[in-house]
Design a protein around this ligand. Structure first.
Ligand code: F6P
Length: 413
């Protein structure tokens, strides 16, 4: 069984295992490696279309029937992975919690002739974890429950897992990954593993398959060239949102990330309504630059009433910090943190959409473009087009796409 490998994910629920599994699988496949995911949760839901096994009690340690069913599902996944590797499969990824030693020993016994690499996902960022729980509570698995009940049930499910959790310790090949920061915390590899360099690289690289970076539609403040605030969309802005919805109607977008400002939420709403199911996740990290004492003023009023601001900001826009407000330079960290949340929460979906603002979108774009800092505050960020960004280990592309027309350039992707 040369050049075959089992990657067994490990970790409590909602720690980013499935996102990591999908990223590994998809990128290995782009490299020509035949990889497949065997996901216990998905199998459970297929076997139980009425979702009776989604309730928290199913996962309790003293629920004998639940335990038996879960072990049976784990065995089925293992058998499917064995069959895959016995044929032309090269990398089988077991996507499940696998948090007990007993389960990991069963996996080890099942693949005696194929090396196994255990990859444990951790996430120490409470805010990101909470956002992930909310995203999970909105999944079809919990339909029929209120969001609050679903959240409660999911938190309880996690506590059942925590009660039996045994971290990796003496498994011969094990990696501990911070899935929020996309970095390796610890690794212990005791043999030559096929594809290992590539796997390390994939874990620590952010891959963007299709990122649609949209600026909100026209607002009343835009009409007057007014800075900041929380203005609503004008009629034209609403039409732009509808046109975006129409444009993206045939492109699957499971999550739209916005700021907390009205204008981005109002732009995202019609797009989300056309998708179904699609959740909108508002991240404060994507709020527009706070212009401090210049909030609500027009650029002309700033020139007249606060001439020193206009004088100082003009030639030094990136580093200038508005009195009592922010500057591009001081936004960098929070915008970067917002992007980390996006990558953590998006479940490695094919398409990601962010509806943001002029300055915030420039900062987001600058994370992918190699631009001089000084140029960032001048990047063109129109309201009738969006940036389509693609970055994978094989290519990078940025396209400014008008959304009134059909998405022909990438239809069928
Ligand atoms: O005018 C809209 C706006 O989003 C303001 O709220 C924000 O201060 C500005 O654009 C950012 O652009 P610039 O840095 O070019 O002033």
């Amino acid at each position: 069984m040369r050049w075959k490998l089992v990657i067994a994910m490990v970790g409590l629920p909602a720690r980013g295992k499935s996102t990591m599994a999908r990223k590994l699988c998809r990128t290995l496949e782009l490299d020509g490696v035949h990889a497949r995911i065997f996901n216990n949760g998905q199998l459970r839901r297929q076997l139980d279309p009425e979702e009776r096994t989604s309730v928290a009690e199913f996962f309790a340690a003293d629920n004998v029937v639940g335990q038996q069913l879960r072990e049976q599902i784990a065995r089925m996944s293992i058998e499917m992975a064995q069959a895959f590797l016995a044929n032309d499969g090269q990398v089988a990824i077991l996507d499940a919690t696998n948090i007990t030693k007993k389960r990991r020993q069963a996996i080890t016994r099942a693949f005696q002739r194929v090396p196994i690499c255990f990859v444990e996902c951790l996430n120490a960022d409470d805010e990101a974890l909470e956002a992930n729980l909310e995203r999970k509570a909105a999944l079809p698995e919990f339909q029929g429950m209120s969001l609050e009940k679903a959240l409660e049930s999911f938190v309880q499910r996690i506590s059942h897992y925590e009660a039996i959790y045994e971290p990796l310790d003496d498994e011969p090949n094990r990696i501990l990954v911070d899935s929020f920061d996309s970095c390796i915390l610890q690794e212990h590899i005791s043999e030559v593993l096929p594809y290992y360099d590539r796997i390390r690289d994939i874990i620590t690289t952010r891959v963007v398959r299709n990122l649609f970076l949209v600026r909100h539609g026209e607002t009343f403040y835009n009409l007057e060239d007014r800075i900041g605030g929380d203005s609503s969309l004008t009629e034209k802005g609403q039409e732009q949102a509808e046109a975006l919805a129409e444009h993206f109607a045939t492109v699957r977008i499971p999550i739209i990330f916005t700021s907390n400002h009205r204008r981005t939420l109002q732009t995202a709403r019609p797009i989300a309504d056309r998708q179904k199911p699609c959740s909108i996740i508002a991240l404060p990290e994507f709020n527009e630059i706070h212009a401090g004492i210049c909030e609500h003023l027009t650029y002309e009023e700033v020139r007249q009433q606060l001439p020193q601001v206009a004088r100082e900001r003009g030639p030094n826009k990136y580093h200038y910090i508005y009195p009592k407000g922010e500057g591009y330079v001081s936004m960098a960290e929070r915008v970067h943190r917002g992007l980390k949340k996006v990558f953590y929460l998006n479940n490695y979906d094919e398409n990601i959409m962010i509806v943001g603002h002029r300055a915030v979108n420039r900062m987001i774009l600058s994370r992918f473009l190699s631009r001089q800092e000084e140029e960032i505050p001048y990047v063109y960020m129109p309201q009738d087009r969006y940036y389509h960004i693609r970055i994978d280990p094989h290519k990078r592309s940025f396209e400014l796409v008008p959304y009134r027309s059909a998405p022909a350039a990438w239809a069928g992707w």
